[in-house]
Write a protein that binds this ligand. Sequence first.
Ligand code: AMP
Length: 897
Amino acid sequence: MVEMSMKIKNENFYLKQDIQREPLNETNFLQNLEVEHNASDLSVNSTYIHQMFEAQVMQAPDAVAVVFDNKYFTYQQLNQRANQLAHYLQSLGVGPEVLVGICIERSLEMVVGLLGILKAGGAYVPLEPEYPLERLSFILQETQVEVLLTQKRLAQSLPTSRALICLDSDWEVISQQSKENLVCETTGSNLAYVIYTSGSTGQPKGVMICHAGICNQLWWRQNTFPLTTADKVLLSFSFSFDPSVWQIFWPLSCGAQLVLARPGGHQDSAYLVKLIAEQQITTIAMVPAMLRLFLEEREVDACKCLRYVFCGGEALPAELQTHFFTRLNLDNVLHNVYGPTEASIDATYWCCDRNSNYQIAPIGRPIANTQVYILSAELQPVFVGVPGELYISGAGLARGYLNRPQLTAEKFIPHPFNSEPGSRLYKTGDLARFLPDGNIEFLGRIDHQLKIRGFRIELEEIEAVLRQHDCVKHSVVMGREDTPGDKRLVAYIIPSQEQAPTTSELRCFLKERLPDYMIPAVFIILKSLPLNANGKVDRHALPAPQPERPSLQTPFVSPQDPLELQLTNLWEQVLKTYPVGVRDNFFELGGNSLLAARLFSRIEEMFSEKLPLATLFQAPTIEQLACILQEKGRNTSWKSLVAIQPKGSKPPFFFVHTKGGNVLGYRSLAHYLGDQPFYGLQAKGLDGKQTPHTRIEEMAADYIREIQELQPFGPYFIGGYSFGGLIAYEMARQLQAQGQKIAALVLVDTYNRQGLWFEKVSLRSKFSRHLNNLLRLTLKAKFAYIKQKLKQGFYLPKQSTISLQTTPLQAAFDQAIKTYVPQAYSGKLLLFRATQQHKYWSPSMKIDSQLGWSKLVAEGIEIKDLPGHHFNLLREPCVQILAESLQAYLDSMQASK
Ligand code: AMP
């Protein structure tokens, strides 16, 4: 019976022998390494990272080793500097198994620092300078590092209870040391680095990686994807994530060139494309989300120099793979790599193939000296096609987690199929299955670990930190992908007090404790958490975030000019939040680097202005960004046509300004019209620079010229509110005279009565009220009051009284109204009427039920009543009713065109 079941298992699951194409062992791995580097005199010990590098220094000392900006070090220069540092470190007691912290920005000094630590025999602990101080302090405390390498600029803000060495300002002292290579006392089982990754207990955990694992990784790479001295490898990952290890040491161990992306540049796809093309980079790595942005860059085909593109960290969708082939048309270049930090970077790989039929790119087969098992909960191998947990064993396994013996024992279990003493399996927490062809397919996670933009996050860590906040009783954090391709962290909070914390407070609190990528994009306050039958939180029943603006400390300010308006629209689309205020911080609204990249590519499309992504860190609000764009002179060609909501496949709707001249008040209407492209027409002269038109006919002709740049031929969809209706009417007439078709003409509470605007408004009463207000104010406040009233001139007559009488624009409009005599129009008209009375404005239909248009419109007037007065038709809640009715009308006209 036992024999029988073993037989079945052997036929249906893969053990390491089946899935390894070229089984390798320690001996042939080292032999191969020696052949590769043509260094037969090297002993087994001489195969550690820094010594592979030294072998290259001997071969080509003057070759360029590392490039950053316009600076570089040759192999010789880099080696000598690293040696000086290593000698210095040894004088401080650094040697095998000694951890050395390094907190430094990406720079040539960073590479000197890492090599110096390894050459001294120590292991490095990377500390990302951008991490909050609390996290850095925790890591320093836990690792007990005695020596910390840094830069002068960062030194003041770091805890000082250890030897701080500034690789810039202290270099004079370090350079007194010998430039000669050191005697290496490292062995394969000594630590090379400790990288911290998110921990489910509320604190990050340090993964201890030994030299043997990392050497195996580099050897596998070089043997599988041979680099030559002509290759250039881009360092695009932060050194606190493990792919940076191969990005730095692979080129240096085989005579190729290492190119450093500038700090922050790894998140800027436009910058990456430029750098790759300029430097002729051949080897890069990206997480899928970044690859997507990269491929969207217009100039990406300038990157045909790429020989190896490694994509990993998250599942690679088949569609992204296809996109790669469409955009770059390069075969055998894209590789899906998979591996946890605990397995010394990558454990499996698959070469993407444009002819494959996989829905998700497989993660392929194990790398050299690595075995992969897919096991059931009982640690039994599962059948081909059956999902199970993925376990890894082999050369790459980490020693464990620093100071966490219990966690180490939980995750690194005794090897059930290998009787060699000390042999272990790493329990990845990943769900996977074998495909019939022997490749492995990644299916997701078993636990609450999550990948967002390639960052590994334990949700429990965020929850634990949130619970430390006084006002938080409970919290649940989850990753949601309510819009495909847009995975976000959402935090659900049960407050401990009546007064719930604001989003700004929570964000600030987390920012002091967690790296940016772990801060939720959205915070939702709930009264209670939904529970399932077992009394556990039912994550599926948690509500999806609404697109509302979160509770911020910054007061809401709406856009003040067309440029701000256009930017606001872009922000709302990218952040999927409405409304966005011009003083809101992009990152407080849930923005991140990928969304920033998306925003900037839209800005480029709209304004033909390519801004570096870093701009958003200096100018994180719409107001500030608008200033930068203005300084760049983008506003020199002033236009009447404003794209309020340009997205969508329907024909555009053009809506003309009111007597205020601007179109800022049309945002809500455009918003409620959803995917209806909506363009406002603002008045010439609104900027105070140009001379305004004084005749409706001129305005109409001017606006027609502009809309025809966008839509040269009809049928046109046109409308206007109040005074704007007159201009829209005239535009429709002039377009008809050109022989164009009008699909829809829509007037919102527009009268055909000359001078009616002023007849109905009691100027006397308005003047006396403003006068009273002004008399109570100081001189400075008087100016502010007048300025404010002028700005607000759009909706209410009480606010527009002064401006109506004083600005050149209003004077021009008054003249235009007085002289305009509408002529007959041979189409149809949709007329919205206000039904409520306003103090200064009678219900429109009392004057004439068709507001004076009946004799002019040949094909009839359709009338729709709105439950508001003349001045609030475009405000909540009336605007929603208007939008609904208008959309139905536009759609029906579109269908019958
Ligand atoms: P890290 O330790 O940050 O490298 O994260 C390792 C985890 O990322 C793995 O356990 C997987 O959950 C996930 N991962 C890495 N590479 C891939 C890949 N190519 N496809 C799917 N998931 C991946």
